[in-house]
Design a protein around this ligand. Structure first.
Ligand code: HEC
Length: 94
């Protein structure tokens, strides 16, 4: 993700409250069990079991999860594409 910033992504994960539903290493109180753990994300092959997990596709999922899985309970939180790239940079750093 050229130009993306993992430290900025970390702050955005806190800002959007992703940790309410996901367990994410390195983020205080990110211990949610509603969605899958986002630890070791770089080894993930699929996003929600259907979308090949590349940094670009994960960023698109974060912007608009319902576009890929209409029945998902993950809300569209208003993350911009640029912010999603920063978040992906953080998830893939581990
Ligand atoms: C209300 C709970 C909720 C919130 C808030 C939430 N998610 Fe999710 N997320 C889910 C659920 C549930 C799934 C599983 C998708 C499915 O199959 O429905 C998911 C899936 C994902 C996936 C794919 C994981 C995988 O292994 O397939 C990523 C990446 C993700 N979320 C990132 C985020 C980020 C980043 C945020 C904050 C901007 C966020 N989520 C906020 C509930 C949430």
């Amino acid at each position: 993700m050229p130009g993306a910033s993992a430290p900025r992504g970390r702050a955005l994960i806190t800002y959007y409250g992703c940790g309410a539903c996901h367990r994410i290493s390195g983020i205080d109180q990110a211990d949610g069990r509603v969605g899958p753990s986002l630890e070791g994300f770089a080894e993930r092959r699929y996003v929600s079991g259907r979308l090949a997990a590349t940094p670009a596709s994960v960023a698109q999922w974060i912007v608009d999860p319902q576009r890929y899985l209409p029945q998902t309970i993950m809300p569209t939180l208003g993350v911009t594409p640029g912010q999603a790239r920063d978040i992906v940079a953080y998830l893939y750093r581990q």
